[in-house]
Design a binder for this molecule. Structure first.
Ligand code: ADP
Length: 609
């Protein structure tokens, strides 16, 4: 073990302690007190029984015998009862800490700017952390176990030292064994003892670092297993699995990715054997030294049992302490990854200006020469986009797939900030607004929207508490009213069956209507629908459009679509082509002149006839 490595590992663990305390307050305190008591119990028993043996082996005085027996029984009883409560307290904290390991990462993930979370490196880091956790309980859990081990070791060492100090200080009477009185003898003996005790954890440390090494390889195996496990369980994949015989891949990987074998476990077995051997050597040394001093008359029989037990406990305390240090060292690599993730900074500038809550809904949005590249890409997804629109208008954003329509919306909603240029709301750069406030200006139904397995009403409202009448109205405005009437549990109907059999499954169209209702319930001045009718059949699509004006009401609506038929009723149309706005105008203006819109229109017109 290099000192610098241990130093860095200790630093990382010192950083982990406040995190553990934040997520499971009381864990550290309960571990400290529990280990203190755990050490006090056997040591007090050792001390008192040594006194009783002393009395029995010398004057056999009944009074002093009674005194020590009563003291022993009372102390052990009190310590025993208290330790039961303390152990329960600590066990509870330990279980709760296991539960808290996920929130450490989920809180961070959920507080990240979307554009930061969306980076490939962030996703990679999270995958590695998950795989580490699956492979060995590591990072914060292991840090807490190591801290527990440090406390346990430290208390054992402390107790043993207190009980064995007199072993070294009491002089022998037998002059032929005078060398036992020399401080040098004590030093040599302690050094030998420390050396043999320390060697055990060195071997254990080697086993641990070997484990860290195979964890790297194991992660890949886990990745493969996870993927194929998912393939056999994910319902949405089963049709393809059955149709294309993809189970063959599962069987192939089951056979070819067997990970644990003798070669992988390598030298762990004999390293463990050496570790045990070191423990035996140190115990032997203790017996030798204590017996020599007792033989030379330094102390009586009671003290012999005290020293032998205390020093045996000392060596196991040192072992535990050093094992915990080894654990800390091997856990450092995992903890480093965790902090790498937790330290990822948010990059979006978040201003403080509140957005205007205008009754007249006079909002105006302007894209001023906006260009954008995705974080993990060198290609411009948007280039020199200039667009301006006001509330009350219907704006259609059209273009072929990949032309930049969704990216345009992601920028508008500040999931990303422009790489170049500015987006303005009522003449002010949107970065200057309070971020939450600004997000509340938009309701969006993304193309790949997600509903969650929670009751229908909660899905629409985005919260467990909601205005049922308003939720019902939004659902019926979005065209889900008839279906709602058939649901016996109404708004309490659970969506999907993740949490039980009673959940209902939804067709793509039904899900989309609920997603639209959710956007309506948010009641933001802007409503954005990304391919709003993509999952709907033509009848449902016509139904949505026919009620569109009542759905959108006085909001600004932005439709993104590659179906131009849906744009005719819009006041303005912005045509995207390869990341740029190539045309802007009304349907009549655009369709009558040569250009991308007329080209797309005539290509699709055959379907509208
Ligand atoms: P549209 O909505 O018009 O189909 P998008 O806005 O989704 O188009 O995509 C515009 C361009 O940006 C495409 O070239 C697409 O490949 C790219 N793109 C979209 N999302 C990402 C992403 N997360 N990372 C990198 N490139 C992306």
């Amino acid at each position: 073990m290099k000192l610098s490595e241990i130093k860095e590992a200790l630093k990382l663990h010192a950083r982990a302690i406040p995190v553990i305390r934040k997520y499971q307050p009381g864990y550290i305190a309960s571990s400290f007190i529990n280990n203190g008591l755990n050490a006090a119990l056997p040591y007090s028993a050792i001390y008192f029984s040594a006194r009783i043996i002393d009395v029995l082996s010398t004057d056999r005085e009944p009074k002093s015998l009674l005194f020590w027996v009563i003291l022993t029984v009372c102390t052990e009883a009190v310590l025993g009862v208290v330790s039961i409560f303390v152990r329960r307290w600590r066990t509870l904290h330990e279980y709760m800490l296991y539960e808290q390991d996920f929130p450490i990462y989920t809180h961070k993930a959920l507080s990240m700017d979307f554009c930061v979370f969306d980076r490939r490196e962030t996703a990679d880091l999270l995958t590695q952390i998950d795989q580490n956790r699956e492979f060995v309980a590591c990072s914060f859990i292991r840090a807490s176990m190591a801290t527990d081990g440090l406390f346990r070791g430290a208390f054992r060492i402390l107790g043993a030292l207190i009980l064995s100090v007199s072993l070294f200080t009491l002089p022998v009477e037998n002059t032929s064994a005078g060398f036992l009185n020399s401080p040098l003898t004590a030093i040599v003996f302690v050094a030998l003892l420390a050396l043999s005790a320390a060697m055990g954890p060195v071997f254990i440390g080697k086993i641990n670092s070997y484990y860290t090494g195979i964890a790297e390889r194991g992660k890949m195996a886990n990745r493969v297993w996870d993927f194929f496990l998912e393939l056999s369980r994910d319902q949405s994949k089963q049709m393809d699995v059955r149709t294309y015989g993809q189970e063959k891949f599962v069987h192939h990987y089951e056979r070819s990715t067997r990970f644990f074998n003798a070669e992988v476990l390598g030298p762990m077995g004999w390293l463990g054997g050496f570790a045990k051997g070191c423990g035996t050597v140190s115990t032997g040394l203790i017996y030798l030294f204590v017996c020599l001093k007792a033989w030379a008359g330094a102390f009586g029989i009671g003290a012999v049992t005290q020293y032998i037990s205390a020093i045996a406990a000392l060596s196991s305390g040192v072992n535990e302490f050093l094992e915990a240090v080894g654990d800390i060292r091997s856990n450092a690599a995992f903890l480093r990854k965790s902090f790498e993730f937790l330290d990822i900074p948010n990059v979006m500038y978040r201003g403080t200006i509140p957005t205007e809550k205008r009754m007249d809904r006079e909002y105006e949005i302007e894209f001023r020469d906006v260009s954008f590249k995705y974080p993990s890409s060198d290609i411009w997804a948007l280039r020199h986009v200039n667009v301006k629109f006001r509330v009350g208008k219907r704006l259609a954003v059209v273009g072929e797939n990949g032309s930049g329509k969704t990216t345009f919306i992601k920028l508008l909603c500040r999931l990303y900030d422009p790489t170049e240029g500015q987006i303005l709301l009522n003449g002010i750069d949107v970065r200057k607004y309070d971020y939450r406030d600004y997000l509340n200006v938009f309701s969006v139904v993304f193309q790949d929207f997600q509903l969650i397995s929670q009751p229908l009403g909660a899905n629409v409202a985005g919260s467990a508490e909601y205005d049922a009448a308003r939720v019902t109205k939004c659902l019926s405005d979005a065209g889900f009213g008839e279906r709602l009437a058939t649901l016996p549990r109404g708004l309490d109907t659970m969506l999907y069956s993740d949490f039980g059999e009673e959940g209902i499954n939804l067709s793509g169209g039904e899900a989309q209507k609920i997603a639209i209702a959710r956007a309506l319930y948010k009641n933001a001045p802007f409503i954005i629908l990304d391919e709003p009718t993509a999952a709907l059949d033509p009848i449902a699509e016509a139904e949505i459009y026919s009620r569109f004006n009542s759905i959108v009401d006085d909001k600004t609506a932005i439709f993104i679509s590659h179906r131009l038929s849906s744009c005719r009723f819009c006041d303005g149309i912005v045509v995207f082509d390869r990341g740029s706005v190539c045309q802007q105008g009304t349907h009549e203006e655009l369709v009558s002149k040569p250009g991308k819109y007329a080209e797309l229109w005539s290509a699709q017109a055959q379907y509208y006839v």
